[in-house]
Ligand binder design. Structure first.
Ligand SMILES: NC(=O)c1ccc[n+]([C@@H]2O[C@H](COP(=O)([O-])OP(=O)(O)OC[C@H]3O[C@@H](n4cnc5c(N)ncnc54)[C@H](O)[C@@H]3O)[C@@H](O)[C@H]2O)c1
Length: 324
């Protein structure tokens, strides 16, 4: 892949989750080409280590580091961002990308948690290393795709606030904006990421951190292949997916770079489509939300909320330093 160069990225430090392969790795490749330092957290230890070894060997110096990270755990997220700080002095850029499609189509999966029934072979390959309880199918996709994004973002905010600012990109999906009927839990997990992204209106004023999301259509990775090949999908959705045009990895990387380098962008949801990049506008509030009295209240609310945010951040940073 030919990488476009973005001069403002030179020397920046980036943390990426789920970048041992697929979309995350493609973004990491582009960041390395742009002279960034890269720190990768993933559950795939061998693959992740190989990726950073290759970067370091090519550069002839330490430009990348890997640590086994299960994004669902605060302790792992903290260790990941701390590693970026000890190795490269701080964090400027983050991509919260780790995600799964296992359990996407959950409307009629068993309620009794019978793993024999729930875990088809290909699912087992992906999740065998994770400890599972009987509610696993429904819990895990939300844990990884949604809750872990919130946890990682909270840790990223603290590190970037210390640094004086930064850019966080969250990995949503077109499934965060539109719904294929047989990806119900995946749709829910990604709609939540879109809502979370749109909640960061005040963050540039609080600590100079911008948060945006990418919403890719199909991109040919192992995750897409997993959905394409799963038994249920073979009967229906697989046909649709295999006949669809895919978005390209080049377009996705350009989308990431745009959100990261363009300082005017915040709370944006950027679609990565077969025909290119396109901003998905936020929904417009109904007329009944506004009115003169509300506008005045809102005018008072924003500065007050920024001041409260700054106080809460200072307390969170003090707590964070104490805990470590
Ligand atoms: N490929 C697509 O068509 C597509 C479309 C829209 C959105 N996405 C999103 O893009 C992201 C990357 O997906 P991909 O297509 O590259 O798939 P992928 O399966 O190739 O990569 C996902 C990565 O996440 C890692 N991961 C999974 N669970 C983890 C955990 N608990 N902790 C740490 N790492 C974990 C995996 O080991 C893997 O390296 C996902 O969030 C996915 O939902 C993909």
């Amino acid at each position: 892949m030919v990488t476009k160069l973005y001069p403002t990225l030179d020397g920046k430090v980036a943390v990426l989750t789920g970048a041992a392969r697929g979309i995350g790795k493609a973004v990491a490749d582009a960041l390395i080409e742009n002279n960034c330092k890269v720190v990768i957290g993933d559950i795939l230890e061998k693959e992740g280590q190989e990726v950073v070894d290759a970067y370091n060997e090519k550069a002839g110096s330490k430009v990348a580091a890997f640590i086994r990270t299960d994004v669902t755990k605060y302790s792992d997220n903290i260790a990941l961002f701390k590693l970026a700080e000890t190795e490269f002095g701080g964090v400027d850029i983050a991509l919260m990308n780790a995600g799964i499609a296992t359990g996407a189509d959950s409307m009629f999966t068993p309620l009794d948690g019978n793993l024999e029934l729930i875990l088809k072979k290909e699912m087992a390959q992906i999740i065998y290393h994770l400890s599972y309880n009987t509610d696993a199918t429904d819990d895990r996709i939300i844990d990884i795709n949604t809750t872990a994004v919130i946890k990682g973002t909270k840790v990223a905010l603290l590190h970037m606030a210390k640094r004086g600012g930064g850019s966080i990109v969250l990995m949503a999906s077109m499934a965060g904006l539109y719904c294929a009927p047989n990806l119900s839990s995946y749709n829910a997990s990604k709609h939540a990421v879109v809502g979370y992204t749109r909640s960061f209106q005040l963050m540039p004023s609080i600590c100079n951190v911008r948060v945006n999301a990418l919403c890719p259509f199909w991109i040919d990775t192992e995750l897409a292949a997993h959905i394409r090949n799963s038994d249920y999908e073979k009967a229906s959705h697989a046909k649709v997916i295999s006949r669809s045009r895919y978005a390209t990895m080049e377009c996705l990387v350009e989308g990431f770079m745009t959100l990261t380098t363009d300082e005017s962008r915040n709370t944006q949801t950027l679609k990565v489509l077969p025909d290119g990049l396109e901003i998905e506008p936020s929904s417009v509030a109904p007329d009944s939300f506004s009115g003169n009295a509300d506008r005045e209240t809102l005018a008072e609310f924003f500065p007050a909320a920024v001041a409260a945010g700054k106080r809460a951040l200072a307390e969170a940073l003090a707590r964070y330093e104490q805990q470590q």
